[in-house]
Write a protein that binds this ligand. Structure first.
Ligand SMILES: [Zn+2]
Length: 246
């Protein structure tokens, strides 16, 4: 197989296996080593140190062919998941790993509400409005998250033997949770879309910080004690976390 490449300073393409892979070379004054990264938005990026010759990048890419192709594949899967999640917004409610198709009921006389029944989410609205639908779905997630967190956090805190002050429900883009020195828990409401085992892992993780305020070996063995399958839950979050959008 003949390997081709068009090396342009800055941007280029390289043929790896049967795939033509575009990549960007960035020169960094801070970088000490060549770094490779592959992400949903940016694709393949190579950061090279100031004095590193750009024409040597291609041979490094050939060496990492297997890693690059595998990573591109998993990034493409993530991108597809995010796209589906966006298309589903407003037409789907996800709760504890289950999907509920939204059915809008127009009723001017009733208060707005969301009811999950079977595989449907019946949403009562006074008039047809995308904006109103979005608002009530978000309010429902916040309410459902608060109820679930209060119940599960209480249970896990008793088992682990820690006490906490307040639970704050957040809607952050990138963080699932945190725990403050004042023993307050900040939890991302979008996690309730994930299966219960994943929610429980997050709660055990944050509550374990009340005993170990770090990510030491002792911390992880504490997490593992209460949540033996935690590595599976971490892998789930890594794969599907970004697709949990409202
Ligand atoms: Zn942590």
């Amino acid at each position: 197989m003949k390997r081709q490449e068009n090396l342009v300073v800055g941007e280029a393409e390289i043929k790896l296996g049967d795939t033509l892979v575009p990549y960007v070379i960035k020169r960094s004054t801070k970088a000490k080593h060549v770094r490779f990264s592959i992400s949903v938005g940016k694709g393949l990026e190579v950061v090279i140190p100031r004095d590193y010759p750009a024409d040597q990048v291609a041979s490094l890419l050939y060496e990492r062919e297997k890693w690059i192709l595998e990573k591109l594949q998993s990034v493409a899967e993530t991108a597809a998941l995010i796209k589906t999640a966006r298309e589903d917004a407003g037409s789907l409610i996800r709760y504890l790993g289950k999907e509920y198709r939204v059915v809008v009921i127009l009723d001017v006389a009733s208060p707005m509400r969301v009811e999950l029944d079977g595989d449907k989410a019946y949403i009562t609205l006074p008039r047809r409005s995308e904006e109103l639908l979005r608002q009530i779905i978000e309010a429902w997630y916040r309410w459902a998250a608060k109820s679930l967190f209060e119940e599960r956090v209480k249970m896990w805190a008793e088992r682990i033997g820690v006490s906490y002050q307040n639970i704050f429900v957040k809607n952050q883009k990138t963080r699932w949770g945190s725990c403050s020195k004042r023993q307050n828990l900040n939890l991302n409401m979008r996690i309730i879309m994930a299966p219960l085992e994943v929610v429980d892992y997050l709660l055990v993780h944050e509550l374990s910080h009340l005993k170990e305020m770090n990510h030491s070996k002792r911390f992880w063995s504490l997490v593992e004690h209460y949540c033996p399958g935690y590595k599976r839950q971490l892998a789930w979050l890594k794969k599907y976390g970004q697709s949990l959008t409202i």
